[in-house]
Design a protein around this ligand. Structure first.
Ligand code: FAD
Length: 491
């Protein structure tokens, strides 16, 4: 099935909108007659899929409402000629307890494979700046980044362990709050004398790969939080953030959640159904879609992401702190572009082109069925493009990552910045945001629960955080409804 989402460019067919995906649901609606439902879940990303599955399996009648034609939200893959291109969330790791619990549940441990292959080919790292270009071995690349990152995060003489001793308790050490008031630029200014030019370039591009904001808009605390989650080490960052992905793509994982919910017999669903408003009354919640349909349930789980939550009308209105937070949003405007290229030797290549290029960081990520190399490139808000608006500029940005070695056969991408149901990629906060907003974003609003990776406690902004949040919301709803002696639907 082909989704409306995503773009593909080939020399033969030019630029086309819409790509095939295992995550497209057909038929797009299945609504049973036993209304009102126990629970409505808005959004079919990993937060919504987890909540839906857990509630259905617990015997509750659930209606899942999703704006798109597919599941997965910001994590989905396009299967093109039998090869998965990850349009959004990609990498998973066994240090991410929630996601690995689900991988075990669906017996998909053997479906996870490494992204990197440094066994053959060019086998080097290419660093390109405004002034010069150089190549080095992957061992030298690791040393460069590890040295630079350690200078950056070592605020306490123990690589951040004293400032963030418990990554699941953000401000356990109250000193951590001061780092949330700082941008990464503030921190770079403090250590700038200790960095070599190569270290500075590699460090800035790595930080911007994580936040896809700008140096001014990226919270230093949030970066430290990622670092702590990854075991306070560069190696941990590489392993947890960018090393292991599904052989069949993210949609092959997401569909397991959906199918389990469906097989319970308790799931109704409506895709292609953007929600416009949510009204909470004493005993029930009513949601109205843009096309005027209304649905009612005892509880509602909203998994609508931070950057689009302010597009929904809530009655009664959301509290002032949450309203301000939704208007501020997060800063991540990642541009992720896949390229299928002829040069087989580029499978073992990695590169940084910064700050001049519109794409900054890229790696060899696979070999396609045609025997070509698949590279994945990342850019962000510091030098932003909308890849479909000028495909020649996008191709030029990909080619500038390694001039002379990139002969593009295919481009595949999703423009997350222009996506009206995301307005950005994974969560990354600006200075002060976590201190001022995290607690408010996690609160319930009457009969409405809010679940999204954007305000997870642990792997916030990761698939793991989405599953953490969906689990939390489902548990709360189950406790709520258990305490009501007569469920609403049997009235
Ligand atoms: P979402 O996936 O955003 O789900 C919310 C759902 O709500 C969506 O399906 C949306 O369509 C729906 N919705 C929105 N508005 C409405 C409306 N009005 N009516 C009805 N439905 C609506 N994470 C990792 O762990 N590893 C990675 O490698 C990684 N890389 C990433 C790369 C990119 C380019 C992106 C974009 C994300 C990446 N992430 C990664 C982050 C990860 O994808 C997200 O954190 C996670 O998927 C969020 O899940 P969620 O369910 O909380 O939110």
């Amino acid at each position: 099935m082909t989704s409306r989402d995503g773009f593909q460019w080939t020399p033969q067919n030019g630029l086309k909108q819409g790509v095939p995906s295992l995550g497209v649901i057909s038929p797009s609606a299945k609504i049973t007659s036993d209304t009102p439902w126990d629970v409505i879940v808005v959004g079919g990303g990993y937060s919504g899929l987890t909540a839906t599955r857990d509630l259905c399996v617990a015997g509750l009648k659930v209606l899942l409402i999703e704006a798109r034609d597919r599941i997965g939200g910001r994590s989905w893959s396009s299967n093109i000629e039998g090869y998965p291109f990850e349009m959004g969330g990609t990498w998973v790791h066994w240090h991410q307890a929630n996601v690995w619990r689900e991988i075990s549940r669906y017996q998909m441990g053997d479906e996870v494979e490494p992204s990197f292959d440094f066994s053959r080919g060019v086998n080097y790292f290419e660093l390109r700046t405004d002034q010069y270009a150089t190549t080095m071995s992957h061992e030298e690349e690791d040393t460069l980044l590890a040295t630079a990152l350690e200078k950056f995060v070592n605020v306490d003489g123990d690589m951040g362990r004293i400032v963030i001793p418990f990554p699941y308790s953000a401000f356990h050490n109250p000193d951590a709050r001061k780092y949330d008031e700082m941008s990464v630029l503030d921190r770079l200014n403090i250590i700038s004398q200790s960095l070599t030019p190569n270290e500075r370039t590699a460090l800035e591009s790595f930080i911007l790969l994580c936040s896809c904001g700008t140096l001014e808009t990226t919270s230093f605390f949030e970066f430290l939080h990622w670092w702590a989650l990854c075991g306070y080490s560069y190696r941990g960052c590489m392993d947890c953030l960018i090393s292991f992905k599904f052989k069949g793509g993210q949609s092959s994982f997401a569909i397991k959640f959906f199918n389990e919910a469906l097989s319970s017999g308790n799931l109704s669903y409506a895709f292609n159904s953007p929600v416009k408003s949510i009204r909470d009354e004493d005993k029930e919640v009513t949601v109205t879609t843009r096309d005027g349909r209304s649905f009612t349930a005892s509880r509602l789980v909203s998994t609508i992401p931070l950057n689009v939550l302010s597009d929904i009308t809530f009655n009664p209105p959301l509290d002032p702190i949450r309203t301000t937070a939704t208007q501020t949003g997060h800063v991540n405007q990642c541009v992720k572009v896949h390229a299928e290229i002829l040069n087989k030797d580029m499978r073992s290549w990695t590169g940084i082109s910064y700050p001049f290029n519109k794409l900054t960081y890229a790696i060899g990520d696979g070999t396609t069925p045609a025997g070509n190399t698949h590279i994945v490139c990342f850019g962000g808000n510091h030098n932003h493009i909308h890849p479909e608006e000028d495909i020649n500029a996008t191709k030029a940005a990909v080619e500038s990552m390694a001039p002379g070695n990139i002969d593009i056969q295919r481009l595949v991408f999703h423009n997350w910045s222009k996506d009206e149901f995301a307005k950005g990629a994974w969560f990354f906060s600006s200075p002060g945001f976590i201190s001022s907003s995290l607690d408010a974003l996690r609160k319930r609003h009457g009969n409405i629960l809010f679940a999204n990776s954007d305000w997870a406690i642990g792997w916030r902004s990761f698939i793991d955080g989405a599953i953490e949040e969906g689990t939390r919301a489902a548990l709360t709803v189950k406790e709520d409804l258990r305490s009501i002696s007569t469920p609403l639907r049997s009235h």
